[in-house]
Design a binder for this molecule. Structure first.
Ligand code: NAP
Length: 262
């Protein structure tokens, strides 16, 4: 067994709402590997929940940050600089699209909904990494969360698919910008999992049957599997990997048409 030891490392995880959040799945693995953690959450209503979740995590720091608010991002990074001096791991696990934009046809998406979805779900990675740049230590790693609809049409995912395409392209451009500093940027593309965000996607429940039928592993993935891939990409074990979108989806994304059973 090759142990991943992140003791002494500092990690910021952005986008935890509750124990089902994918950001929390990665945070738990970072904690088990010995990293000291900070979290950001969108609104004051979540503070008590995050405080409860993180009870027992030594040295944890909490920040209320809406990623559309540049000042809030700046203030968090300034505080982390003062408290920690630097940052080794950064997890961006944030997405949002207005409900009407995910109910009808993509062609109906309004300018306002399109802009908001792209701003929160893709531009925010750029905004956060730019403000974090001065803190990112040599060897640091950034991970964001994406989905297959960045590449292929997944009806109803609509503008979120376009946001994920922009997010994955942003990962590549940031990887280019930060590579000379030996800072890496990658995306975890996760198969469908039950979380607050995914349950708001119309028809999400039907996805389980699709995974069971189509994915080579004949199942959906687990939160722990997302956490494990996140940990790997945030650790020196993946030191040669940057700018990539790495799938953890039970193999669903490799499939074309399967008519072998018919
Ligand atoms: P989640 O627990 O709901 O996490 C999404 C987070 O984004 C929430 O904490 C949410 O805060 C936050 N957020 C939304 N707008 C924000 C804003 N303006 N400022 C700051 N934070 C904001 O759901 P999740 O499924 O774990 O999602 C995490 C990431 O994984 C997303 O990028 C999602 O697209 C991606 N992903 C999920 C799946 C899946 O099946 N679950 C699959 C592939 C990729 P609030 O709760 O306050 O709104």
């Amino acid at each position: 067994m090759v142990p991943i030891d992140l003791s002494g490392k500092k990690a910021l995880v952005m986008g935890v709402t509750n124990e089902s959040s994918l950001g929390w799945a990665i945070a738990q693995k970072l904690h088990q590997a010995g990293a000291t953690l900070a979290f950001s959450y969108q609104g004051e209503r979540l503070r008590e929940k995050i405080e409860k979740l993180t009870t027992g995590m030594h040295g944890v720091r909490l920040y209320e940050v809406d990623v559309t608010n540049e000042e809030a991002i700046k203030a968090m990074m300034a505080d982390l600089k003062e408290a920690w001096g630097g940052l080794d791991c950064l997890v961006h696990s944030i997405a949002f699209a207005p409900r009407p934009a995910m109910e009808g046809r993509y062609i109906e998406t309004t300018r306002e909904d399109w802009t908001l979805a792209l701003q929160v779900s893709a531009y925010s990675l750029l905004a956060v990494v730019r403000e974090a740049e001065a803190l990112l230590n040599e060897g640091a790693s950034v991970v964001t969360l994406s989905y297959y609809a960045a590449e292929k049409v997944v009806p109803k995912y609509n503008v979120m698919g376009i946001a994920k395409s922009a997010l994955e392209a942003t990962v590549r451009y940031l990887a280019y910008d930060l590579g000379p500093k030996n800072v890496r940027v990658n995306a975890v593309s996760a198969g469908a999992i039950r979380t607050v965000a995914s349950m708001s996607i119309p028809g999400f429940r039907k996805m389980t049957a699709k995974y069971n039928a189509i994915a080579p592993l004949k199942r959906m993935i687990t939160h722990e599997e997302v956490g494990n891939l996140g940990l790997y990409l945030l650790s020196p074990l993946s030191s040669g990997t940057t700018g990539q979108t790495v799938y953890v989806d039970a193999g669903y994304s490799i499939m074309g048409m399967d008519f072998s059973e018919e």
